[in-house]
Design a protein around this ligand. Structure first.
Ligand code: NAD
Length: 550
């Protein structure tokens, strides 16, 4: 028989059962509070499920109803918030703090993240995780313009409209659907291999995609059941703190634990060291330049390194030259070339070089004269002091690095510095240079694209491989000759190899496949996704157990 009980009656029943259970367990009754969008850290929680339909008419409970349930969230119906029940009621005691993910010191960020992850992994189902990820994605999309503007104003690099697109892209990071269980069965029984979380991950982010990397890493790491503590680039700490707050609010509103994503407010090399040394941090993930990757790989801990690139693009004499030019302008000028995947130098077969330049100029590029290039080199390149060439010494080869203050600046601003007023349509500066030019050899991260003429595909491949410097990051070719494409792909061995599209297609922007902001070339994980942030765990049921075929 089923009866209708009022909300008050149900609450009374729950309170009385909780009291009985706690007395039976020999513990003092605790103050309880209904969890709605549960804030945490949650103290050890006792939850009760009351099935309204089967309650007795006198308000007492049947035998089944009196059994205590100790695992909050575990029986949460699909699609509803963890810690709440659609048809049933759950009760839990909760505590909350006020940092919202951003901590004054790294130890506190780690401790809070660790505690949150323990709650997350034990109490939240796959469906609950997905519910939280949806909330994060929605919050990011809702605030994509605000986030883009904050990053733009704080870092002063890149292009605002492209940063909005990058936030949209980061929000598309895959979720729990990326996790797969492998199974094999045979005469000896059944074995499954599941993808389990590492625990708390320490992640270090770059200034070039600061909030975008936090969003991308968070979605992928949380999908896999981890928590994450960030050490962000100091030049992006304000916008990073904003997005960490935003993400934590979204998590809490979706019923998730507090501080599941945390960071230190003022990141330094010392805070990175604390992260590296903490026994609570089980995996390190670094997105940035070679110094960062080297540091993490020396840590003695499992590390995933996403390092620098210097992507070459080849155009051969079979290519659709107009399409190639449009793709190159898009990729090389997107966010003013600060992306690690962006086209950074061109190798074009001489017979089609003029045609390519013609179409580049028709699609937003400006050709620098040798004199203009010489003037620009004076401020965008700085000579390395330690290897400075002296007149009468044997060392007469000058070496350069990129001037930091010009990274990610607009093509128009670079031209203005030499007194050239360009139309606002100009997104990219191009110049013809030799292979040895520093703009070919360095990862310039500014919208100046050097073009090198070559005689044939073999020379193009040879020089492109040299210019990539073994980063094994990204390479692009425009060609209709499958042999050329295959030869280049085999020679350069990059993580991303794009054919007949802009480099952006390699991260799912105008190309198929999922996106990432962490391309782990040096350590081999490639286009990272939730499964990258998992440990494989095997469970074996032996002696022929659970096998249907006898
Ligand atoms: P960066 O290396 O200067 O800084 C990245 C992060 O590492 C920052 O948080 C910084 O504080 C930290 N860091 C720097 N040197 C370190 C060291 N020696 N030890 C420990 N931590 C260190 O890089 P950036 O200027 O912020 O970003 C641009 C670089 O990142 C480019 O080289 C670009 O190619 C690369 N990047 C790579 C990817 C990828 O997915 N592979 C993505 C974005 C950027």
């Amino acid at each position: 028989m089923s009866i209708n009980l009022s909300e008050q009656d149900i609450q009374k029943i729950i309170q009385s059962v909780m009291k009985n259970v706690e007395e039976a367990l020999g513990q003092p009754p605790q103050e309880t509070k209904e969890v709605v969008g549960a804030a945490s850290p949650i103290k050890p929680i006792k939850m009760k499920t009351i099935n309204h339909a089967e309650s007795k008419t006198d308000g007492s409970l049947n035998q089944e109803q009196q059994k205590p349930m100790i695992f909050p969230g575990m029986l949460t119906p699909l699609g509803s918030k963890p810690g709440t029940h659609a048809g049933n009621k759950t009760v839990a005691s909760v505590q909350s703090g006020s940092e919202n993910g951003v901590f004054e010191n790294m130890e506190d960020a780690i401790n809070a993240g660790y505690k949150a992850q323990q709650i997350y992994v034990k109490n939240y189902s796959m469906k609950n995780r997905e519910h939280i990820l949806t909330a994060i994605r929605e919050a990011v999309i809702k605030e994509k313009e605000i986030l883009a503007k904050m990053v733009f104003e704080e870092t002063k690099i890149g292009r605002l409209e492209d940063k909005i697109a990058k936030h949209e892209l980061a929000a598309k990071t895959p979720g729990t659907e990326d996790l797969k269980t492998d199974a094999c069965s045979g005469d000896a029984g059944l074995t499954i291999v599941e993808q389990a979380p590492y625990g708390l991950i320490g992640a270090i982010t770059p200034v070039t995609n600061p909030t975008e990397t936090i969003i991308n890493n968070t979605i992928a790491m949380l999908a896999a059941g981890n928590g994450v503590v960030f050490n962000v680039h100091p030049s992006s700490k304000k916008s990073s703190a904003y997005v960490v707050n935003l993400i934590n609010n979204a998590i809490k509103e979706a019923g998730g634990p507090e501080n599941l994503v945390s960071m230190v407010k003022n990141p330094t090399m010392d805070t990175i060291q604390t992260l590296i040394e903490s026994p609570k941090v089980k995996l390190l993930v670094g997105t940035g330049g070679p110094g960062l990757v080297k540091t993490l790989l020396q840590s003695g801990k499992k590390a995933i390194g996403a390092g620098a690139g210097n992507p070459p693009v080849i155009i051969d004499d079979t290519a659709d030259i107009e399409h190639a030019a449009k793709s190159i302008v898009l990729g090389a000028s997107f966010d003013n070339n600060i992306l690690c995947i962006a086209e950074k130098e061109v190798f074009v077969i001489d017979s089609v070089a003029d045609d390519l330049i013609f179409h580049l100029l028709n699609n937003g590029a400006y050709m620098l004269s040798p004199n203009e290039l010489a003037q620009i080199e004076r401020f965008v390149l700085e000579e390395n002091k330690e290897n400075k060439a002296f007149g009468c010494s044997l060392n007469n080869k000058r070496e350069y690095h990129v001037a930091k203050e010009w990274i990610g600046k607009d093509a128009g601003a670079i031209l203005a510095q030499i007194g050239v007023k360009a139309s606002s349509d100009i997104r990219l500066l191009i110049c013809e240079v030799d292979f040895d030019h520093p703009l070919v050899q360095l990862e310039q991260m500014m919208p100046i694209l050097p073009i090198v003429r070559v005689t044939d595909i073999d020379e193009a491949i040879e020089l492109a491989v040299k210019a990539e410097h073994g980063n094994r990051h990204t390479a692009v070719i425009h060609s209709k000759n499958v042999d050329h494409m295959t030869k280049f792909a085999r020679a350069i061995e990059t993580t991303i190899f794009v054919q007949n599209a802009s480099s952006l297609a390699g991260v799912g922007y105008g190309g198929e496949g999922h996106t990432t902001m962490t391309i782990a070339g040096p350590t081999g994980e490639g286009i990272t996704s939730p499964r990258t942030y998992t440990r494989q765990r095997r469970s074996v049921l032996a002696n022929g157990g659970f096998r249907i075929i006898g």
